[in-house]
Design a protein. Structure first.
Length: 320
């Protein structure tokens, strides 16, 4: 199934020269995703009329309220920003995620400096931008990241996995049949097992539908469970368990030397000497060779387009 995730993106990332200093930010991940994703670019600061270029805004903590202030002009943009965020979020449907600008007082999702005043003072700490926070609150189940964190390979892989799982679920739901739900779950069993065996089993019970509940309710419950299952990256031990489980379907058909080779590759993956893609590629070749129907459609082997399967890491990504 070919699907294109729908992702809200900060417009200054590869789309328009709308940053406060009149610049556009070139980002390799966003550039790569342009061919695979339906991007919905937005700049909250431009939308409330701050202009380009513009004096920087600052988040200022006043009691329990976070204000959006422009120190150089004395402008208080809090009400305008909050109103735009409410309207924008309410108008969004069928989204799969957000990709926002790091450190931005509007778009930042966790690394924005928050100050006690507009003067030359040290920051109190870091938090969410107004638009980034609104995205988290309005769409808690979606994949939401900033471009800086996606320089980390593991974070980027997890983000892509969540985006495409969400997009595939939307496409399956559009079919409007119980068969589509059963097929979706069957194709994602190994991926779900790698992330959360508990949630995988709960999702299986939803699909079984012993109470014969109406289909719309099943889709809603399944979507919530899928979000929980994929909320965290797969643990190494769980991933190795899935690799061994899948290999069990062909182990009796391969020669002893091939079996030893595969297990040696799994061990290299365990010790960080090989990326997961190298092991799954080997396993996928065996699936094709022996025509293992159960494994042939598993999204575990290609959770997102192979064009995005880059193993490079800047070294600057934050640990999870």
């Amino acid at each position: 199934m070919t699907v294109r995730p729908r992702v809200v993106v900060s417009k200054c990332l590869e789309f328009a020269a709308c940053r406060y200093d009149g610049q556009m930010i070139n980002d390799p991940v966003v550039a790569l995703l342009k061919e695979q994703v339906e991007f919905l670019p937005v700049c909250a600061e431009c939308e409330i009329g701050l202009g380009v270029p513009r004096e920087p805004i600052r988040l200022v903590q006043q009691g329990n309220m976070l204000q959006v202030l422009q120190p150089a002009t004395g402008r208080d943009a809090t009400a305008a920003m909050l109103a735009f965020c409410r309207t924008f979020m309410a108008d969004q449907h069928d989204l799969d995620g957000f990709l926002l600008k790091s450190k931005s007082p509007s778009c930042g999702v966790g690394d924005v400096r928050i100050y006690p005043s507009v003067g030359k003072v040290a920051a109190l700490g870091r938090g969410r931008g107004i638009f980034g926070g609104a995205a988290r609150e309005s769409f808690p189940d979606l994949a939401i990241e900033d471009e800086a964190r996606l320089s980390n390979y593991r974070i980027r892989e997890h983000y892509f996995t969540r985006l495409w799982a969400s997009a595939r679920l939307r496409a399956a739901r559009a079919a409007g049949t119980m068969r589509a739900l059963v097929k979706f779950h069957a194709d994602h069993k190994l991926l779900l097992l790698a992330h959360s065996e508990k949630e995988m089993r709960l999702l299986g019970k939803i699909v079984a539908n012993p109470a014969r509940r109406p289909l719309p309710a099943l889709w809603d419950e399944y979507a919530a469970g899928l979000a929980r299952a994929l909320a965290n990256p797969a643990r190494l031990t769980a991933m190795i368990n899935v690799l061994q489980h899948a290999f069990g379907h062909v182990t009796d058909r391969v020669r002893a030397a091939e079996r030893r080779h595969f297990l040696a590759q799994v061990e290299k993956y365990r010790t960080g000497k090989l990326p997961l893609s190298a092991v799954t590629a080997l396993l996928a070749a065996l699936v094709v060779r022996f025509e293992v129907a159960y494994l042939a459609d598993q999204t575990f082997f290609a959770p997102y387009p192979e064009q995005l399967m880059l193993i490079t890491d800047s070294g600057k990504g934050r640990p999870l």
